[in-house]
Every structure is written in C-alpha cells, then in structure tokens.
Design a protein around this ligand. Structure first.
Ligand code: PGA
Length: 254
C-alpha cells in the first residue's frame, strides 16, 4: 500500500484577505498531475477558511485545514473555535500541537491529547506536530523526547482512531530559521517515530501512517527530503506563502 503523500501549507498568521485570495488563485491556476495517493492541504487562518473552501471546490486532491481547534465541544469560551464548527463547514484537516502553539499558548501534551480526541470526534484529520528544541537535539535525547510527545498525546487512541492521524515531525531548530534538517536526519527521526508507533500499535498500522517533515522546506530541497522512505511529504510555513515555491513542493511529492 502506498501511504498518502501530503504537501501541507501552514500560512500561520500571515496575509490580508485580498492577499489570501491572490495566493489561492495563483496556487490553483497551476496544473499539477496528481496521483490518487497525493494531497495538498492548505492550513489557512480561521477568517479565510470559507474562502479557501470555496476556492478548492471541484479541485480533487486539494483540502483545507484549520491551524488549531479547542478542547471543548461548545460553550462560553470566547475567541475559541470548536472542531464541530470546522466539521460543519466542510473542513477536513486540523493542525494540532504546532510548536508555536506549545510555546506561546502553553499547549501541553495532555491538552493536545484532548484536542486530538475532539478533532476525531468530529471526523477531522489531525495533523499532529511533534519535534524537539535545539537544546534537546544538542544533548542527543531527541528520540525519547519526541516519542514521549506521541505517547502522551496519541497513545490513548484505538487502532482505528490512530489510523486517521497524520504526524508532522518539525524540529524546532529548523522552523523559520532557514536551517533544514538534512534528509538523513529527517529519515532517521521518521523511522524512529514509525517504530514508536509500531511498538504500540503493530507494524501494519504504523506502515499506514503518513509522517510529514516540517522546518524550512523549500522548492529547492523538497525533492531530496521527500525521497526518503519514511518521509511522506511536508508541512511548509514560509515557502507556502509563495505560489511558485509551494508549486514546486507539490511537484516533489512521490
Ligand atoms: P517553515 O515553517 O517552513 O517556515 O520553517 C514550518 C512550520 O512551522 O510548519
């Protein structure tokens, strides 16, 4: 079985409405030849979800994601967005646990477990982010650090639930820094993550899970990184804001 290969754009908190519209139009006018196991996921800011959703209508292989959702179903949580709201507008994916959410909004592994559960309850595919900070990489303890992120946020899931997850490995020292992990470093960690999943859920299950690499992916390095056996595409910040660059990244999917 060929795992799903995904080029995911994470726009973060960027672009005005008009700029978002322009970027979507530019991205969608380029023609790409897709195979059935290849997808593009656009994680746009909440106010642009409707716009993005309407632009991708009729474009097979293109999907829209939110960048976050809340732990609770509904209620008096001013400013938050529920998984049910996202589902009700046809959104298919949601990023959970991006390192910026962990760092600036104090999202712990335990909170992220609740968000993953909530996303699955409303049939959203979580793109669950993990990854170590520089000091952990320098100490050489990244494998156990990242395995603990999976254990504490995902291992409450049943096999059937886990199969619906996409994982993104994003070493924090490579995000927005221009410093990419080498393709070897990405492959090594992705293989470790897959083994961590296999030890808990079995190899057959682990082999179905798409694991994306994130951290300074560009048009120029995507092909090399995506070519590794355990790398199933990328989660792309900066380069996803430039249509030509992201187009090249889409074309690098295997
Ligand atoms: P970057 O961001 O591509 O700008 O490094 C990746 C991410 O944070 O998802």
């Amino acid at each position: 079985m060929m795992r799903q290969q995904i080029a995911a754009a994470n726009w973060k908190m960027n672009l005005t409405y008009a700029q978002a519209e322009d970027l979507l139009d530019n991205l969608l006018q380029d023609s790409h030849t897709f195979q059935p196991h290849q997808s593009v996921v656009l994680a746009v800011p909440f106010p642009y979800l409707s716009l993005a959703k309407s632009k991708v209508t009729g474009k097979a292989n293109f999907f829209v994601a939110a960048q976050n959702c809340y732990t609770q179903k509904s209620g008096a949580y001013t400013g938050e967005t529920s998984a049910e709201m996202l589902q009700s507008m046809g959104i298919e994916f949601v990023i959970i646990g991006h390192s910026e959410r962990r760092e600036y909004f104090n999202e712990t592994n335990a909170i992220l477990a609740e968000k993953v559960n909530m996303a699955l309850t409303y049939s959203l595919t979580p793109i669950f982010c993990c990854g170590e900070p520089l000091q952990i990489r320098e100490a050489g303890t990244q494998n156990s650090y990242v395995a603990a992120q999976l254990e504490e946020s995902l291992f409450q899931l049943s096999v059937e639930q886990l199969k619906k997850i996409v994982i993104a490995y994003e070493p924090i020292w490579a995000i927005g820094t221009g410093k990419t992990a080498t393709a070897d470093q990405a492959q090594e960690m992705h293989a470790h993550l897959r083994k961590t999943l296999a030890d808990q859920y079995g190899q057959d299950v682990a082999d179905t899970i798409s694991i994306l690499y994130g951290g300074s992916v560009k048009g120029s390095n995507a092909k090399d990184i995506f070519s590794r056996p355990d790398v199933d595409g990328g989660l792309v910040g900066g380069a996803s804001l430039v249509a030509a660059d992201f187009g090249q990244i889409i074309d690098a999917l295997k």
